[in-house]
Design a protein around this ligand. Sequence first.
Ligand code: GDP
Length: 196
Amino acid sequence: MSPPLQLSFVLSAPSVAALPHTAAEVAVVGRSNVGKSSLINALANRKSLAQVSNTPGRTRLLNLYQLANGGTVLDLPGYGYAAVSQRTLSTWPALIEGYLLGRAHLEMVVALIDAAIGPTRLDVQMLDWLRSHELPHVVVATKHDKVKPSQRLRRRGELAAACSLHPADIVWASASKGTGVEQLRGFVRMWLAAAS
Ligand code: GDP
Protein backbone atom coordinates (compact mmCIF):
# COMPACT_ATOMS: atom_id res chain seq x y z
CA MET A 1 0.00 0.00 0.00
CA SER A 2 1.22 3.47 -0.88
CA PRO A 3 0.05 6.15 1.57
CA PRO A 4 -1.10 9.58 0.35
CA LEU A 5 1.58 12.00 -0.78
CA GLN A 6 2.12 14.68 1.83
CA LEU A 7 1.82 17.60 -0.55
CA SER A 8 1.52 21.22 0.50
CA PHE A 9 0.84 24.17 -1.76
CA VAL A 10 3.82 26.50 -2.17
CA LEU A 11 2.83 29.18 -4.70
CA SER A 12 1.26 29.98 -8.07
CA ALA A 13 3.90 31.49 -10.35
CA PRO A 14 3.21 33.53 -13.51
CA SER A 15 6.61 32.62 -14.97
CA VAL A 16 9.36 30.03 -14.70
CA ALA A 17 11.67 32.69 -13.28
CA ALA A 18 9.31 33.14 -10.32
CA LEU A 19 9.66 29.49 -9.25
CA PRO A 20 12.01 28.60 -6.39
CA HIS A 21 14.84 26.12 -6.89
CA THR A 22 14.01 22.45 -6.46
CA ALA A 23 16.18 19.36 -6.15
CA ALA A 24 13.71 17.21 -8.13
CA GLU A 25 10.37 17.95 -9.76
CA VAL A 26 7.52 16.10 -11.41
CA ALA A 27 5.31 18.14 -13.75
CA VAL A 28 1.70 17.33 -14.58
CA VAL A 29 0.38 18.46 -17.95
CA GLY A 30 -2.85 17.94 -19.89
CA ARG A 31 -5.78 19.48 -21.66
CA SER A 32 -8.07 21.65 -19.54
CA ASN A 33 -10.72 19.54 -17.81
CA VAL A 34 -8.69 16.32 -18.19
CA GLY A 35 -8.92 15.78 -14.42
CA LYS A 36 -5.54 17.17 -13.38
CA SER A 37 -6.67 18.88 -10.17
CA SER A 38 -8.76 15.87 -9.17
CA LEU A 39 -5.79 13.55 -9.63
CA ILE A 40 -3.44 15.78 -7.59
CA ASN A 41 -6.06 15.85 -4.83
CA ALA A 42 -6.38 12.05 -5.00
CA LEU A 43 -2.60 11.58 -4.80
CA ALA A 44 -2.60 13.67 -1.63
CA ASN A 45 -5.94 12.34 -0.39
CA ARG A 46 -7.12 15.92 0.03
CA LYS A 47 -10.40 17.40 -1.15
CA SER A 48 -9.29 20.82 -2.31
CA LEU A 49 -5.52 21.03 -2.38
CA ALA A 50 -5.73 21.69 -6.10
CA GLN A 51 -8.72 23.58 -7.43
CA VAL A 52 -11.28 21.32 -9.06
CA SER A 53 -13.36 23.27 -11.45
CA ASN A 54 -16.18 22.73 -13.87
CA THR A 55 -15.02 25.85 -15.67
CA PRO A 56 -12.13 24.67 -17.80
CA GLY A 57 -9.21 27.01 -18.27
CA ARG A 58 -9.20 28.66 -14.89
CA THR A 59 -5.81 27.39 -13.87
CA ARG A 60 -3.45 29.64 -15.77
CA LEU A 61 -0.42 29.70 -13.53
CA LEU A 62 2.38 27.33 -12.59
CA ASN A 63 1.08 25.82 -9.35
CA LEU A 64 3.83 24.40 -7.18
CA TYR A 65 3.45 21.79 -4.43
CA GLN A 66 6.09 20.57 -2.02
CA LEU A 67 6.37 16.93 -0.98
CA ALA A 68 7.15 16.55 2.74
CA ASN A 69 10.09 14.21 2.13
CA GLY A 70 11.61 16.44 -0.53
CA GLY A 71 10.95 17.31 -4.14
CA THR A 72 8.15 19.22 -5.79
CA VAL A 73 5.13 18.65 -8.03
CA LEU A 74 4.30 21.29 -10.62
CA ASP A 75 0.78 21.61 -11.99
CA LEU A 76 1.03 23.17 -15.47
CA PRO A 77 -1.79 25.23 -17.01
CA GLY A 78 -4.29 23.15 -18.97
CA TYR A 79 -3.92 23.54 -22.73
CA GLY A 80 -6.36 23.69 -25.57
CA TYR A 81 -9.58 25.09 -24.21
CA ALA A 82 -11.17 27.50 -26.66
CA ALA A 83 -13.38 29.57 -24.39
CA VAL A 84 -10.64 31.80 -23.05
CA SER A 85 -9.29 35.04 -24.43
CA GLN A 86 -6.96 34.98 -27.42
CA ARG A 87 -4.38 36.79 -25.38
CA THR A 88 -4.35 34.15 -22.66
CA LEU A 89 -4.33 31.32 -25.18
CA SER A 90 -1.29 32.69 -26.90
CA THR A 91 0.67 32.91 -23.65
CA TRP A 92 -0.02 29.34 -22.49
CA PRO A 93 2.12 27.39 -24.90
CA ALA A 94 5.03 29.76 -24.29
CA LEU A 95 4.65 29.33 -20.54
CA ILE A 96 4.36 25.54 -20.81
CA GLU A 97 7.21 25.22 -23.30
CA GLY A 98 9.39 27.65 -21.39
CA TYR A 99 8.85 25.67 -18.24
CA LEU A 100 9.44 22.24 -19.79
CA LEU A 101 12.60 23.32 -21.60
CA GLY A 102 13.99 25.55 -18.90
CA ARG A 103 13.35 23.87 -15.58
CA ALA A 104 16.36 22.31 -13.92
CA HIS A 105 15.84 18.97 -12.16
CA LEU A 106 12.63 18.12 -14.01
CA GLU A 107 12.59 14.36 -13.42
CA MET A 108 9.35 13.36 -15.12
CA VAL A 109 6.46 14.84 -17.07
CA VAL A 110 3.13 13.17 -16.35
CA ALA A 111 0.98 13.67 -19.46
CA LEU A 112 -2.71 13.23 -18.70
CA ILE A 113 -5.12 12.04 -21.38
CA ASP A 114 -8.85 11.50 -20.90
CA ALA A 115 -9.43 7.73 -21.03
CA ALA A 116 -12.91 8.12 -22.44
CA ILE A 117 -12.26 10.68 -25.20
CA GLY A 118 -8.52 10.90 -25.76
CA PRO A 119 -6.12 11.40 -27.18
CA THR A 120 -7.19 14.62 -28.85
CA ARG A 121 -5.15 16.18 -31.64
CA LEU A 122 -3.56 18.50 -29.08
CA ASP A 123 -2.70 15.56 -26.80
CA VAL A 124 -0.88 13.86 -29.67
CA GLN A 125 0.92 17.12 -30.48
CA MET A 126 1.98 17.38 -26.85
CA LEU A 127 3.36 13.82 -26.87
CA ASP A 128 5.18 14.44 -30.15
CA TRP A 129 6.63 17.60 -28.68
CA LEU A 130 7.79 15.81 -25.51
CA ARG A 131 9.37 13.07 -27.65
CA SER A 132 11.07 15.53 -29.99
CA HIS A 133 12.67 17.22 -26.99
CA GLU A 134 13.52 13.86 -25.39
CA LEU A 135 11.82 14.79 -22.14
CA PRO A 136 11.12 11.83 -19.84
CA HIS A 137 7.36 11.36 -19.67
CA VAL A 138 4.62 8.94 -18.72
CA VAL A 139 1.06 8.87 -20.07
CA VAL A 140 -1.73 8.60 -17.51
CA ALA A 141 -5.25 7.96 -18.81
CA THR A 142 -7.67 9.74 -16.47
CA LYS A 143 -11.37 9.13 -15.67
CA HIS A 144 -11.01 5.39 -16.24
CA ASP A 145 -14.37 4.91 -14.48
CA LYS A 146 -16.08 6.68 -17.39
CA VAL A 147 -15.17 3.86 -19.78
CA LYS A 148 -17.66 1.00 -19.55
CA PRO A 149 -16.05 -2.18 -18.19
CA SER A 150 -17.05 -4.07 -21.35
CA GLN A 151 -15.17 -1.52 -23.49
CA ARG A 152 -12.03 -1.09 -21.40
CA LEU A 153 -9.83 -3.63 -23.17
CA ARG A 154 -10.64 -2.19 -26.60
CA ARG A 155 -10.27 1.40 -25.35
CA ARG A 156 -6.86 0.61 -23.86
CA GLY A 157 -5.69 -0.68 -27.22
CA GLU A 158 -7.13 2.25 -29.18
CA LEU A 159 -5.75 4.89 -26.85
CA ALA A 160 -2.30 3.32 -26.72
CA ALA A 161 -2.15 2.96 -30.52
CA ALA A 162 -3.19 6.58 -31.00
CA CYS A 163 -0.37 7.58 -28.63
CA SER A 164 2.09 5.24 -30.41
CA LEU A 165 2.52 3.31 -27.15
CA HIS A 166 2.03 -0.20 -25.85
CA PRO A 167 -1.11 -0.54 -23.65
CA ALA A 168 1.07 -1.64 -20.70
CA ASP A 169 2.98 1.65 -20.88
CA ILE A 170 -0.09 3.68 -19.93
CA VAL A 171 -1.20 4.13 -16.33
CA TRP A 172 -4.99 3.94 -16.05
CA ALA A 173 -6.35 6.15 -13.32
CA SER A 174 -9.59 7.33 -11.79
CA ALA A 175 -9.56 10.06 -9.18
CA SER A 176 -13.20 9.21 -8.43
CA LYS A 177 -12.70 5.49 -7.85
CA GLY A 178 -9.05 5.49 -6.78
CA THR A 179 -7.90 3.32 -9.68
CA GLY A 180 -4.17 3.64 -10.28
CA VAL A 181 -3.75 6.23 -7.53
CA GLU A 182 -1.55 4.10 -5.29
CA GLN A 183 0.59 3.08 -8.24
CA LEU A 184 1.07 6.73 -9.18
CA ARG A 185 1.95 7.71 -5.62
CA GLY A 186 4.70 5.09 -5.71
CA PHE A 187 5.96 6.42 -9.05
CA VAL A 188 6.01 10.03 -7.81
CA ARG A 189 7.96 8.99 -4.72
CA MET A 190 10.41 7.11 -6.91
CA TRP A 191 10.86 10.00 -9.37
CA LEU A 192 11.42 12.45 -6.52
CA ALA A 193 13.72 10.16 -4.54
CA ALA A 194 16.71 12.15 -5.82
CA ALA A 195 15.54 15.03 -3.63
CA SER A 196 15.23 13.17 -0.34
P1 GDP B 1 -8.58 19.95 -14.62
O1 GDP B 1 -9.19 21.11 -15.36
O2 GDP B 1 -7.72 19.12 -15.52
O3 GDP B 1 -7.89 20.32 -13.34
O4 GDP B 1 -9.79 18.96 -14.25
P2 GDP B 1 -10.62 18.79 -12.89
O5 GDP B 1 -9.87 17.97 -11.91
O6 GDP B 1 -11.09 20.15 -12.47
O7 GDP B 1 -11.83 17.90 -13.42
C1 GDP B 1 -12.66 18.30 -14.48
C2 GDP B 1 -13.98 17.60 -14.38
O8 GDP B 1 -13.80 16.18 -14.52
C3 GDP B 1 -14.66 17.80 -13.02
O9 GDP B 1 -16.05 17.88 -13.22
C4 GDP B 1 -14.29 16.53 -12.25
O10 GDP B 1 -15.24 16.19 -11.25
C5 GDP B 1 -14.28 15.49 -13.36
N1 GDP B 1 -13.36 14.38 -13.06
C6 GDP B 1 -12.07 14.48 -12.70
N2 GDP B 1 -11.53 13.26 -12.47
C7 GDP B 1 -12.52 12.37 -12.69
C8 GDP B 1 -12.58 10.92 -12.63
O11 GDP B 1 -11.63 10.20 -12.30
N3 GDP B 1 -13.78 10.35 -12.95
C9 GDP B 1 -14.86 11.09 -13.32
N4 GDP B 1 -15.97 10.43 -13.63
N5 GDP B 1 -14.84 12.44 -13.39
C10 GDP B 1 -13.67 13.07 -13.09
